[in-house]
Design a protein around this ligand. Structure first.
Ligand code: AQP
Length: 354
């Protein structure tokens, strides 16, 4: 087996309304991985964003806004590679190879496509259907070993593992003939977990907090002002019982479970810890405490995002630098993949004239 060094990859779509779920389920954990000194690549996945219509001018702003959120949350673009997907052409190239590895039956099972395409499936873009294959290419272009994501991405990560496995098997002898160990692609580990793996809507505890929810009150946006955050938490749907003292008591109480999970994730503690402090308390006590914690945690990020987005030149320079560094890694993978698959590619002397 190949010995892969730990390499972390993850992405966020620049589709607007970056929210608390994206922060707690993904971006906050990106920072934690960076602090563990892993080699990390964090990508603004703009090619994924256009699988549904995006206004071009708004998209440019949203790419810079997600980048600003990464930096404001604590991702250091010197230690981690921060870039946008469309600047590294190897993502699309590898996706094509994977289109020829993945099976139609695998994609037909993807629940996110079914949810997003809805009843009007014939009218969905081919890109939306093929989204999980491009996601596999994003990850495997760097031969990433770990991917921190929210729970909604679990099925897509399983597909990435299936594609890697099938590629390794289908091309096993060519992989060996080109001097690679038998597993060219790692079987990537999803890192899903913690109290905020699935943050739910503030208006309906059975629905995921989502960028596309028509109600702005269903989510806390990373750009919300302190007053707005506090107001949304005050108005969050709950039942009328006090909080239980044990986590088991949160079963069948999706809204209470969600607010306790958010508190735990923001404070960096467990649901059990939260209930130790607030078990028996009414929401009239718990909600103001949660609002204070949310404002204290999120207001500095929002402030820093505003400061960073006021200087798009700086953000674009961060993305250009990150894209160059990402491309250096991805180009090596693609050269190897082309050899393994049997393509004829330019040798070093011809590459020089490109
Ligand atoms: N509610 C959530 N709880 C925990 N994690 C979440 N993520 C998204 N929503 C939640 C995680 O955030 C990362 C980036 O997500 P994305 O931008 O790629 O796209 P998304 O999942 O499509 O975001 P939305 O909000 O769900 O958009 P719509 O409304 O279009 O469906 C991922 O790691 C994701 O798991």
């Amino acid at each position: 087996m190949a010995a892969f060094t730990e390499l972390v990859f993850s992405g966020v779509q620049p589709t607007g309304n970056l929210h608390l779920g994206n922060y707690l389920g993904a971006v906050k954990r990106f920072v934690e991985m960076q602090e563990r000194d892993a080699q990390c690549l964090y990508c603004v996945v703009d090619m994924h964003a256009i699988t549904v219509w995006q206004d071009p001018e708004a998209l440019r702003g949203q790419i810079r806004e997600v980048t600003a959120a990464f930096l404001a949350a604590g991702i250091d673009p010197k230690r981690s590679i921060v870039f946008n997907q469309s600047q590294v052409p190897q993502h699309a190239e590898l996706a094509w190879v994977f289109n020829c590895v993945a099976r139609l039956g695998w994609l037909n099972r993807m629940t996110q496509f079914k949810e997003k395409a809805g009843k009007d499936r014939e009218n969905a873009s081919i890109g939306l259907y093929d989204y999980p294959v491009l996601m596999a290419a994003d990850i495997l272009a760097y031969r990433a070993t770990h991917v921190p994501v929210g729970e909604d991405q679990k099925q897509h990560l399983e597909l990435t593992r299936d594609i890697a496995q099938k590629f390794n098997t289908d091309f096993g002898s060519s992989i060996a003939a080109h001097g690679h160990c038998d597993a060219f692609f790692p079987i990537t580990e999803p890192l899903i977990g913690g109290p905020a793996a699935r943050v739910m809507s503030l208006r309906d505890g059975t629905k995921k907090m989502s960028k596309s929810d028509p109600s702005d009150n269903a989510r806390i946006n990373l750009t919300d002002e302190a007053d707005t955050i506090a107001q949304k938490i005050r108005r969050a749907k709950t039942d009328s019982d006090p909080l239980p003292s044990e986590v088991d008591g949160l079963k069948e109480r999706p809204e209470a479970d969600n607010l306790v999970g958010i508190y735990a994730a923001l404070a960096g503690i467990t649901r059990e810890d939260v209930l130790r402090d607030f078990g028996g308390a009414q929401f009239s006590t718990f909600k103001p405490a949660l609002a204070d914690l949310a404002v204290t945690s999120l207001a500095p990020i929002a402030g820093e995002m505003r400061r960073l987005t006021a200087d798009p030149g700086h953000i674009d320079a961060v993305l250009a630098d990150g894209s160059n560094r990402a491309e250096t890694i991805a180009a090596q993978t693609l050269d190897a993949v082309k050899d393994i698959v049997g393509f004829v590619r330019r040798g070093p002397s011809l590459q020089a004239v490109r």
